[in-house]
Design a protein around this ligand. Structure first.
Ligand SMILES: [Fe+2]
Ligand SMILES: [Fe+2]
Length: 203
């Protein structure tokens, strides 16, 4: 499928800095636009990783954590109903709802090879870094009889090297994203395994 480049580098209105949707409004948008349960889960997983990173690594307060989480939660909101307009629809929707430009920019830059928007801020880079890796870790959990329980870095690294495993997950993007974020790939994987496991095992 041909994805249309976004063709601009600024998003939202600076006057809306800090504005978010409420959690219930963001959730309602997700449920209205995304019918595919696997995709819903992916978006929630990435949202949770973003929240955890904002809290643990960036030391942000609740409002900051929610901004990060919201970017993850809605990054693929238009993929289910309008795949050919992926990113365009959700950007327009969040701009119209006067959401913080930081959140819209992070969503717009979550696939630089496809959308042509370079990740610049830490939020941009982490969303890009978690996206594919979260999917790989989840695919791995589905093939393990014990699911997420006892999952470790070593197992994930093995799957990462195995090109035929979850072949739709771009190894190139994972590597590129870690490099851009300036984080060792192992550290990133360990973070995803730790938090995504905790979330799934608590469900
Ligand atoms: Fe996407
Ligand atoms: Fe995604």
């Amino acid at each position: 499928m041909e994805i249309i480049p976004i063709g601009r580098n600024t998003f939202g209105n600076p006057a809306n800095a800090g504005n978010t949707l409420s959690r219930s409004a963001a959730d309602a948008l997700l449920m209205e636009w995304v019918k595919n349960e696997r995709l819903q889960l992916h978006m929630r997983q990435v949202g949770y990783l973003m929240r955890c990173w904002a809290a643990e690594q960036e030391g942000l307060d609740e409002a900051g954590q929610w901004r990060w989480e919201m970017a993850g939660l809605l990054h693929d909101a238009d993929w289910d109903l309008w795949p050919e307009q992926h990113c365009h629809k959700i950007i327009a929707e969040l701009e119209q709802r006067q959401v913080c430009p930081e959140i819209i920019r992070a969503i717009a830059s979550h696939g630089p090879r496809y959308f042509g928007v370079e990740p610049e801020t830490t939020m941009d880079k982490m969303l890009y870094a978690f996206d594919e890796l979260s999917g790989l870790v989840h695919a791995y959990s589905l093939m393990r009889p014990e699911g997420y329980s006892g999952m470790d870095l070593k197992g994930v690294k093995k799957r990462l090297k195995e090109k035929s495993f979850a072949a739709n997950v771009s190894r190139e993007d994972i590597q590129d994203a870690a490099a851009r974020a300036g984080i060792a790939q192992d550290e990133l994987i360990a973070f995803v395994v730790k938090h995504q496991s905790a979330r799934q095992l608590a469900l």
